[in-house]
Write a protein that binds this ligand. Sequence first.
Ligand code: NIG
Ligand code: FE
Length: 424
Amino acid sequence: MNSAKPAGALVVRGIGRLLSMAPGAPAEGLRDAVVVIRDGDIEWAGARSDLPAGIGDDLPTLDAGGGLVTPGLVECHTHLVHGGSRSDEFEARAAGTPYEDIARRGGGILRTVAATRAASRAELVETAIPRIRDFLARGVTTIEVKSGYGLDLPSEMKILEAIRDLQAATPADLVPTFLGAHAIPPEAVADRGALVRSIAEEWIPAVAQAGLARFCDVFCETVAFTADEARRILQAGLEHGLRPKIHADQLTACGGAELAARMGAVSADHLDCAPAGSLAGLAAAGTVAVLLPGCMVSLGRTRFPDARPFRAAGIPVAVSTDYNPGSSVTRDLPLMGTFAMAYLGLSLADAWAAVTSSAAAAVGLGDRVGRVAPGFQGDLAIWPGDDPRGPFYTYGGAAPDVVVKRGSVVVRRAVGYPVQGPVS
Ligand code: NIG
Ligand code: FE
């Protein structure tokens, strides 16, 4: 994970409150805290009064100005590499045309597929860079990125190679996911069986062989792949070392959540229509429920998913923007925290977990990012004011003043946060 990148070292002092997300840490945050980062990883975090003598004395100091320090946020579900725009579909939905109808008429995902197939890899990289910068500016230091707008092997490879190029161009960690089974491309409608076989027997081995993805995802839905097709594809992914994720039960209850449980998926995403009977299986499988409230806005819906049954069943809940050009055109992850509290029924502590530690678990990195604790990466967001409610209470455009990735300052919005002392 980004190991070729420079690993920074810093002592962060002047922390008004530290929300470390470490198990047992105070939910309201630790006052007057210090974080020491060495070689890109957290060496020590805790109350200033407990800081052992000598730790970090040789490192440059970053003054947090009395602000709130949290883990760098983890965005666990995006489709950020794509060509084109679908703003006209947003307008059509406002006039009453449902998302599924637009998709059935060749709009929706297939529109973006046409634009993405027409774009060069360099163009895809160029258009994705500002989107990644936008995520970083909102405190996001780890981003899952799916393919899925190619839908043939060369185009899917082009997207995954673009994601690899992007990884070299940004300090954020990008986690690549193969989503070749995102929609049925027009050329495959006549023979779906052949498409599923190609994905399982040709595309997945090629992607895995090239080392271009860590996860395999499938859109399991009436307008996309059946649960049985999804199972065959995810099974092939598993056989090639790609862990399963599922776009499950977004528009209808079609067996996605049950399949996620049966296959031990790392995450089941959307879940708006997941049947109550599927929750015990998800809990037993350790699957993270990823809820995507941004879709409610782009799709013009008002029935937000309810996080409470998932939490009651002991399932970790993450939230994500689901950034994509059709069903969720936002990169405002803190706003998803606001939605989590206002509409999904999550507590403040659970909303923070949903954009940090649980989101990290949803991308298989629960032991490396999403917490401020020894052994985790030195990824921090420093927010103005020391109120842990602040970034969700103030909604729409909330952003940290400073973002630290692997011990290096990568975003600095305001003056007044100087790094002093020796720079290693
Ligand atoms: O996560 N649900 C399927 N895939 C995307 C939508 C992509 C699109 O409309 O372009 C999603 O919502
Ligand atoms: Fe999605």
